[in-house]
Design a binder for this molecule. Structure first.
Ligand code: ATP
Ligand code: MG
Length: 760
């Protein structure tokens, strides 16, 4: 058996082996938070404190969840399938699918990504004849999502003026429209699950009993509803293990609330607050830059980072006269890194706004350097892929009006705007979906719509017993999409993308473990079925989501949720040997050998929208902190005097952040011109020191069950130190001693023959 605890520093070790109580690991970038979280899961399982199906781990992106699964499989010879590791959205989707009836949804409900949501809102406004200049769809979308993120339904939103009252009214109508069409948006996934669990006591108690350990990464970026959700899931005495960094809270604009960290500490009565201060990622000059910069923020929980890695290379800073020349410089530097042996995927180019990538992309393209852009248009968001997905959605749930409208006349089949108007009127009158309303439309329009209906039904019939990839192939052929793009001048790429869908489905089916025809019990979680059905004291039978899903989730439904959730993922993928381009937001949690932070200009980074308020600049500074701490060995920063953005040339001052970096860590590649000093909020640095109590190297590499009857991983109670968990046992007989983690009392080495320990 592997000793998972080797290679951890004392604070990390303490965190990994904490007793089963609420815990908060507060630590800076690159200090091993994610590593601690993963190791803790492995350790809990290895020492028998929890079975894989008792673990619920929340990550920030789907990619992070996959990585976590992979690292766990490498650490432990277990089947990770019973484990629930995913994003809030992914986990909620799973629960709602399993308990769709209780949640008031159809089995085939579909997920709207933000693009779909916006078009659904536009459609709503249009059907109500509402002036979209007065009530811009995008604002309505922010309003709705903002309310949902706080856990509020329309009738619970407090408004004081008529304008907002209208928004509330539209929010309610929007929800009705979604319900009718069998679709849910991202925020709804969470709110629905929350309401389901809040309302349904047996179900709630079942999951509370099942998930003995809940672990959350990137806790600083949870929003109010996510926090409430966690609280509900954990129940009384639930063990939530949260790791986060207040200095990396960068999603306030999406409702994230860094205050959740202190709320959590208070409400869960966290006694185990552990700080990690050793950074394993970055060389000294890079880390000094991050520390010095972030010390300018006022609202901090207080911590610092140190490294043993030595100063390393200085941070290189380049001033350019234009954005084109800035891009040239980046490429020259990247080329020399590659010549020195760096792999392309270990080099990241970061920017504050998506629009900045175009110039860099162009330069990379001209130089023939492979690159990948993340956060731009992703695969599942491309028009042709969305069309194909819409056909699949209709096969799965014909009442999805968004999907219907997207493809009813694509490829063109003579169904014009007038026909659709008739159809929409009929649907409105009857209160039914467009699909269901087709028989109500008469004449020629009715005939063409009827033909479309037949097409969908026919495709469904042909595909019904086939494995998912073949199902998709049939849809591609029968829908006419392939034929359509074949006649388009630049259609070859699009056809290739469509065919990729078949490959994506093949991979998906293999990864998710769906049997070919997805018969009931060969589904993804059949192996945990035995433990999944319980009867409560009141005689109510609860069938756990894992068991339900293996019965009811068709591979098609599963694949469609996957596509929607992937489209909503904000995260980059690494691994392919191409230069990595992404926004700073997307770079969270990742690390690279070399990082370029570009466009460091006033108005761009910090962003002009942030400058009205102090808190805005502080959030930008945290964003800069995230950017700097992605770099392991080399860090480059650049800015340009002029830049073309949104069709205009802008003349820029260099970012104030340059004046907040330690001069000795920097190397100016172009002569530094003294800029006017910005006087931003100066604050004393908060220092934090803790005594390491325990060295990782004292741990013996063995996991044995001793004759004394004590077991590693066992929970014990001590008269003075309270509850703890056995981390290691040394020696035997009279000289047996145990290392026990007593949480807030720290790690103790106790003589087992003397210490008065009780089993808990
Ligand atoms: P972020 O805040 O950016 O998410 P993090 O705190 O989650 O960072 P990790 O990504 O877990 O940090 O770790 C950063 C790097 O340091 C990783 O490459 C990890 O493998 C390495 N690392 C962490 N702890 C140790 C250790 N004790 N010994 C050696 N390497 C370590
Ligand atoms: Mg991390």
């Amino acid at each position: 058996m592997q000793n998972l605890l080797l290679n951890l520093n004392p604070e990390q070790l303490a965190a990994v082996t904490l007793p089963a109580q609420p815990a908060l690991i507060l630590a800076g970038a690159g200090s091993g938070k994610t590593r601690v979280l993963i190791t803790r899961i492995a350790w809990l399982i290895q020492t028998g404190q929890v079975s894989p199906s008792g673990v619920l781990a929340v990550t920030f992106t789907n990619k992070a969840a996959k990585e976590m699964m992979m690292r766990l499989s490498a650490m432990l010879p277990i089947n990770t399938r019973g484990m629930w590791i995913g994003t809030f959205h992914g986990l909620c989707n799973r629960l709602l699918r399993a308990h769709h009836k209780d949640a008031g949804l159809t089995a085939t409900f579909q997920i709207l990504d933000s693009q779909d949501q916006l078009s659904a809102i536009k459609r709503l406004l249009k059907s109500l004849n509402i002036d979209d200049e007065k009530y811009p769809p995008r604002n309505l979308m922010y309003f709705i999502n903002g309310a949902k993120d706080q856990g509020l339904r329309a009738h619970q939103v407090d408004v004081s003026d008529d304008y907002n009252r209208k928004f509330v009214e539209l929010y309610a109508l929007y929800d009705q429209q979604c319900q009718r069409e069998g679709v849910v948006d991202f925020a709804e996934l969470l709110l629905r699950t929350y309401e389901l669990l809040a309302r349904n006591q047996p179900l709630r108690e079942h999951y509370q009993a099942r998930f003995k350990h809940i672990l959350v990464d990137e806790f600083q970026d949870t929003n109010d509803l996510q926090y409430k959700w966690l609280k509900l899931m954990a129940g009384q005495g639930g063990t939530v293990f949260a790791v986060g960094d207040d200095d990396q809270s960068i999603y306030a604009f999406r409702g994230a609330n860094v205050g959740n960290m202190s709320t959590f500490e208070r409400e869960f009565k966290v006694e185990n607050l552990i700080k990690l201060e050793q950074n394993y990622r970055s060389h000294g000059h890079i880390l000094d830059s991050a520390n010095t910069l972030i010390a300018n923020n006022s609202k901090r929980l207080g911590k610092n980072l140190r490294t043993d890695a030595g100063h390393g290379e200085p941070v290189r800073i380049y001033e350019s006269t234009s954005d084109l020349l800035e891009a040239q410089w980046i490429i020259e530097e990247a080329k020399s890194l590659i010549n020195e042996g760096a792999t392309r995927s270990e080099i990241a180019i970061l920017y504050r706004s998506n629009a900045q990538s175009r110039v860099i992309e162009h330069a990379l393209f001209s130089a023939g350097i492979p690159y990948r852009v993340y956060g731009g248009q992703r695969y599942f968001e491309r028009a042709e892929v969305k069309h194909a997905i819409a056909y699949l959605q209709l096969m799965d749930n014909p009442h999805n009006d968004s999907a219907f409208l997207r493809v009813v006349n694509f490829p063109t089949r003579g169904i014009g705007a007038r026909s659709l108007e008739h159809l929409q009127d009929a649907a409105r009158q009857q209160g039914i979906s467009l699909y269901a309303a087709v028989p109500y439309v008469a004449g020629k329009a009715g005939a063409s719509l009827g033909a479309f209906l037949k097409l969908i039904e026919g495709t469904r019939f042909e595909a019904q017993h086939l494995p998912l990839p073949e199902m998709i192939q049939i849809m591609l052929d029968m829908s006419g999409l392939i034929t359509h793009y074949r006649s388009e001048r630049e259609g070859a790429d699009r056809i290739e993308n469509l065919e990729q869908l078949v490959n994506a489905a093949t991979l998906f089916v293999a990864e998710e473990g769906f049997g070919h025809n997805a018969p009931a019990l060969s589904g993804p979680q059949a192996d945990v079925l035995a433990a999944a059905s319980i009867t409560t004291a009141d005689g109510i039978e609860i069938i756990d989501a894992d068991a339900r899903l293996s019965f009811i989730m068709s591979p098609l439904s599963a694949f469609l949720s996957h596509a929607s959730l992937e489209a909503g993922d904000n995260q980059a993928k690494t691994g392919q040997d191409a230069l990595q381009l992404m926004t700073v937001h997307s770079s969270k949690g990742l690390e690279f050998e070399a990082v370029f932070i570009t466009g460091l200009e006033e108005g761009l980074f910090p962003h002009e929208n942030s400058q009205k308020e102090e808190s805005g600049v502080e959030e930008e500074r945290r964003l800069m902190y995230v950017a700097i701490t992605r770099a392991k060995k080399r860090l480059y920063m650049s800015f340009s005097q002029t830049r073309m953005l949104h069709g205009q040339t802008r003349y820029n001052l260099r970012s104030r952040f340059f004046d907040e970096l330690p001069e000795q860590a920097l190397k100016w590649l172009s002569p530094k011109i003294q800029a006017p000093q910005h006087s931003w909020f100066a604050h004393p640095k908060a220092a934090w020191v803790d005594e390491p109590q325990f060295g990782a190297n004292t741990i013996a590499n063995k996991f044995t069950k001793l004759d004394l009857g004590w077991r590693i991983g066992e929970n014990v109670a001590h008269l003075k130190f309270g509850e703890g968990v056995i981390v290691n046992i040394e020696g035997s007989g009279d000289s047996a001693r145990a290392q026990i983690n007593f949480g807030k009392h720290g790690m103790k080495l106790l003589d087992l023959t003397v210490a008065k320990l009780e089993k808990v």
